[in-house]
Design a protein around this ligand. Structure first.
Ligand code: XMP
Length: 321
C-alpha cells in the first residue's frame, strides 16, 4: 500500500507528536521498546517520540561501530542527557571492522554493515533486552529509494517484503515514514531537540564507510575522520544541505619537502538540496575551497590532493559508496 506523504509545510507538529506518541504507547502496551540512536535528525526525532510515549520503557542505544565522526558518541550522549534521555553506548568497533575486512564492493560493504548491525550487535541487544518493539527512523525518501532499487537502505525490511518478526523476532515501528527530511527537521525542533541536531546535515547509516572507496580499514577511517572534521569546521556556517570528504582508493603523486610523495586523495562534496532526491553542488567561494585544500593537505596525514565534485544528482548520488 502506498504511504501517504505529509509535506513539511502541512505538518502540524503538535498534532503529529501527540498522535505518534499515542500510537507508540498503544502498540508497545506495557512492554518495552528499544531503539538505536545515531545522532542523526531521524533517529533523534524517533528517540524523543519514544521517550515521550514510553519514558524509561524505551531503551536507547548508541552503537559505537568505529566508523562515526570524531567525538560523536560522547557528544550525542551529552545532548540527550540534557534532555533527560539515557543513552547506552555499545562498543562494537572490532565486530564492524572484521565484517568489513577484504570487502571493496559498495553494496557488499553496505550489506556487511547491515548484517553486523542487525544480526550481530543490535539483534543480540534486542533479544537480551526482552523488548518486542523496535523504533526506527525510516523516512519516505528511504522507502522510495529502496523500492526503486537505487540503494539498499539498511532500515526498510518491511518495504522489502521481509517480515522482521520472522527474520529477527521483533516488530518495527516507523513513526516518521510519512515525512521527508524537511518535515523531520521541523518536527525535531518542536520536540525540543537542539539546533545542532535539527539543522544537522544528514549522515548516512554506513557512516564514514560510505566515504571510503574500496576496502574499509581502521587506518582509512582515521584519515577520512580527520578530513571530515576539517571540512565540517570549514563548512558548518554554509547553508548547504550536506557536505562530505571522501577518501579515494587511488594514490596520486605529490610533492612534500622537495620529495615526491605518493599520497592520498580526498574528494570534497557539498550539496544544495531540499529532500536529497535531487541535488546540485554548492557554488562554494573559491577562497573557501582553497582554505579547505590547504587545511586538508596540512592537517590530514598523507593527503596530497583535494578535489571538488561538480556533477549533479542524478546521475551522481550524494554519497560515493
Ligand atoms: P544518496 O547517496 O543516495 O544519498 O544520494 C541521499 C541521502 O541519503 C543519505 N544516505 C543514507 N542514509 N543510510 C542512511 O540512513 C544509508 O545507507 C544511506 N545512504 C545514503 C545520504 O547521506 C544523503 O543524505
Amino acid at each position: 500500500m502506498a504511504i501517504r506523504e505529509i509535506k513539511a509545510k502541512e505538518l502540524n507538529t503538535r498534532e503529529f507528536i501527540c498522535c505518534q506518541a499515542e500510537a507508540i504507547a498503544r502498540q508497545v502496551g506495557d512492554g518495552y521498546a528499544i531503539n538505536a540512536l545515531s545522532g542523526g535528525v531521524d533517529s533523534s526525532a524517533v528517540t524523543m517520540l519514544g521517550h515521550i510515549a514510553l519514558g524509561d520503557r524505551l531503551k536507547t542505544c548508541f552503537i559505537d561501530n568505529g566508523i562515526m565522526r570524531k567525538g560523536e558518541p560522547e557528544e550525542i550522549v551529552r545532548i540527550f542527557k540534557k534532555l533527560g534521555v539515557r543513552v547506552e553506548v555499545i562498543s562494537a568497533q572490532s565486530k564492524f571492522f572484521s565484517a568489513l575486512k577484504g570487502i571493496a564492493d559498495p553494496e557488499k560493504k553496505r550489506e556487511a554493515i547491515t548484517r553486523t548491525f542487525y544480526k550481530d550487535v543490535f539483534g543480540t541487544l534486542v533479544k537480551k533486552s526482552g523488548a518486542r518493539h523496535l523504533l526506527q527512523g525510516t523516512i519516505l525518501t528511504d522507502v522510495d529509494e529502496t523500492v526503486a532499487g537505487i540503494k539498499r537502505q539498511h532500515n526498510v525490511f518491511e518495504q522489502l517484503g521481509i517480515d522482521p518478526r520472522k527474520a529477527f523476532g521483533y516488530q518495527i515501528l516507523e513513526p516518521l515514514v510519512r515525512l521527508r527530511k524537511d518535515g523531520v527537521r521541523k518536527l525535531s525542533k518542536a520536540l525540543g531537540l537542539p539546533e545542532s541536531i535539527y539543522n544537522r546535515p544528514p549522515f548516512p547509516g554506513p557512516a564514514l564507510a560510505a566515504r571510503v572507496i574500496g576496502e574499509v580499514t581502521r587506518a582509512k577511517i582515521a584519515v577520512v575522520r580527520e578530513a571530515t572534521a576539517v571540512l565540517e569546521s570549514e563548512l558548518k556556517k554554509t547553508r548547504a544541505f550536506q557536505y562530505m570528504a571522501i577518501l579515494h582508493q587511488d594514490r596520486v603523486t605529490g610533492m612534500r619537502d622537495n620529495r615526491r610523495d605518493f599520497g592520498l586523495q580526498i574528494e570534497v562534496r557539498c550539496w544544495d538540496s531540499v529532500d536529497a532526491r535531487n541535488a546540485r553542488p554548492t557554488r562554494l567561494p573559491y577562497p573557501v575551497l582553497e582554505r579547505i585544500a590547504r587545511r586538508m593537505t596540512g592537517e590530514v596525514p598523507g593527503v596530497v590532493s583535494v578535489t571538488y565534485h561538480i556533477a549533479t544528482k542524478p546521475p551522481s548520488t550524494m554519497e560515493v559508496v
